[in-house]
Write a protein that binds this ligand. Structure first.
Ligand SMILES: C[S@@+](CC[C@H](N)C(=O)[O-])C[C@H]1O[C@@H](n2cnc3c(N)ncnc32)[C@H](O)[C@@H]1O
Length: 377
C-alpha cells in the first residue's frame, strides 16, 4: 500500500472499498500536505441536509423538552462529522423548538474538510440543503438572501463552533469540551473499516456520561454499540442512550493471536487479525471457524468482510449472502453486501439491499425498544 493510501486508511480510517477502483489506481505514492488535502477534498462524501432523516431531530426536541428545560448549564452537543453545517444548525433548531434559548445551546462541529467547514461558517444554503418536507418555522431560523438562498440567523450561528479535526484523533483536539450531553456521529462510520469505527467510538465515549444521547446514521446501528449503549424507544431516531464506559478505556494494543499451541480459534481472534490487516491469516481462521460453526451468521459475516478486503469478491459475496440467510436481520451483512454490489457495479442489487437495510434497521430499533419498554414503544 502506498503512502497516500496508508494515510487514508490509517489516519482517516477509510475503508478503501468505498473508493472507486479508478481513484485507487491514480493515487500518488507520496504527496505534500497541500496536495493531500486537495485529494481528500475530492474524495469525501459531502452529502448532508437540514433535519436529515427528520426523526432524530424530533426525538431530540421531545427529549430536550422533557429533560433539559430547567438546566442551569448550557446543553453541550457534538456533531462529528458536520460536513457543511446543516447537521449542527439542525441540532440548534431542534433544541430551540423544545424551548431552549439559543444562549443555552453549545454545539461543537468537527470535520476533516476545510472546504466544507468554510461553507458551514458562511451559513448560506440553497435548495439541496432543504430536502426534508415540513421544516417548521423557517423564518425564525433563516434570513432570505435571494429566492433560492437563505442564511442561518446570527443567534443560531453563535451557538455553533466549527472545528477542523479528524474523528480518528479526537483526543488530540484541545478545543473539544470534556463532556457532551449528546453526540451526532452520522454517516461516517459506514465509510470506515472496523478498527477505525472502534477507534472513533472509543474516543467519543470518553466524552459521554451515562444517559448521554448517541445519534448514528440509519445504517450504523452496529454491533459496536451493543455492549455500551441501549437504543432509545423512538422509531426511526437511530439513537442510543450511552450506558457504560467499557469501550471508553484507553485503547489496548490490538491483541493479535499467536497460533502456537492453539486448537480452537475464536471469532474475536479472527477479528483481531483482520483489524491488524493480516487478511490471509484472518481468512484461514475464518475458514476453520466456518467448519466448526457452519450455522453461525457472525462467522460467515466476518469471513465475507475479510474476503472482500482481500479482493476475493465472488467468495465474499457468497459468504455475505450466507450470513444474511442465517440472520435475515443482520444490518451489517446487508450493509457489506450492498457495498460489495455497488463496488461491482450492480447498482440495482445494491439499491434493493439498501432499502431492505433501512427497513431492517427500523425494525431492529423498534424491536429492541419494545423489549426494553415491555412492548410499549
Ligand atoms: C456524508 S457526510 C456526513 C455529514 C452529516 N453527519 C450527515 O449525516 O448529514 C461525511 C463527512 O465525513 C467527513 N469525514 C470523513 N472522514 C473523516 C474523518 N476521519 N474525520 C472527520 N471527518 C471526516 C467528510 O469530510 C464529510 O464531510
Amino acid at each position: 500500500m502506498n503512502n497516500t493510501l496508508q494515510y487514508l486508511v490509517r489516519c482517516l480510517g477509510w475503508d478503501l472499498r468505498h473508493l472507486p477502483e479508478r481513484d485507487l489506481a491514480a493515487m500518488p505514492d507520496t504527496v505534500d500536505d497541500a496536495t493531500l488535502q486537495g485529494l481528500l477534498e475530492s474524495l469525501i462524501v459531502p452529502e448532508t441536509w437540514f433535519m436529515r432523516d427528520r426523526e432524530p431531530f424530533e426525538f431530540l426536541t421531545s427529549y430536550a423538552r422533557r429533560n433539559w428545560l430547567k438546566r442551569a448549564e448550557p446543553c453541550r452537543m457534538l456533531s462529528v462529522p458536520c460536513a457543511s453545517g446543516e447537521e449542527p444548525y439542525s441540532i440548534v433548531m431542534a433544541l430551540m423548538e423544545a424551548g431552549l434559548p439559543a444562549g443555552m445551546i453549545q454545539v461543537d462541529a468537527v470535520d476533516i474538510s476545510c472546504r466544507l467547514l468554510a461553507a458551514a461558517r458562511t451559513a448560506i444554503y440553497t435548495g439541496r440543503s432543504f430536502r426534508e418536507p415540513g421544516q417548521a418555522r423557517h423564518a425564525d431560523y433563516f434570513q432570505p438572501l435571494a429566492p433560492d438562498r437563505r442564511q442561518v440567523r446570527p443567534a443560531l450561528r453563535a451557538a455553533v463552533r466549527f472545528i477542523r479535526g479528524n474523528a480518528m484523533a479526537l483526543d488530540e483536539c484541545d478545543e473539544l469540551a470534556p463532556r457532551y450531553d449528546a453526540v451526532f456521529c452520522r454517516n461516517l462510520l459506514i465509510y470506515q473499516h472496523h478498527a477505525a469505527r472502534r477507534q472513533v467510538w472509543r474516543q467519543l465515549a470518553r466524552r459521554l456520561d451515562k444517559g448521554a444521547l448517541v445519534f448514528v446514521g440509519h445504517a450504523e446501528m452496529l454491533s459496536l454499540f451493543a455492549s455500551s449503549c441501549r437504543p432509545v424507544p423512538h422509531r426511526g431516531a437511530f439513537a442510543y442512550y450511552y450506558q457504560s464506559s467499557e469501550d471508553a478505556a484507553p485503547a489496548p494494543p490490538t491483541p493479535v493471536p499467536s497460533s502456537a499451541g492453539r486448537t480452537e480459534p475464536t471469532l474475536a481472534e479472527a477479528r483481531a487479525l483482520a483489524d491488524a490487516g493480516r487478511l490471509d491469516e484472518a481468512a484461514v481462521m475464518c475458514r476453520k471457524l466456518v467448519e466448526r460453526h457452519p450455522l453461525d451468521a457472525a462467522v460467515r459475516l466476518l469471513q465475507g468482510i475479510v474476503l472482500a478486503a482481500a479482493g476475493q469478491m465472488d467468495a465474499a459475496e457468497y459468504c455475505l449472502e450466507r450470513a444474511l440467510y442465517l440472520d435475515a436481520q443482520s444490518t451489517e451483512a446487508l450493509l457489506h453486501l450492498a457495498l460489495l454490489k455497488e463496488k461491482r457495479g450492480d447498482g440495482v442489487g445494491a439499491g434493493l439491499l439498501r432499502q431492505r437495510l433501512r427497513r431492517t434497521a427500523g425494525d431492529n430499533c423498534r424491536q429492541t425498544a419494545g423489549d426494553l419498554t415491555g412492548g410499549a414503544a
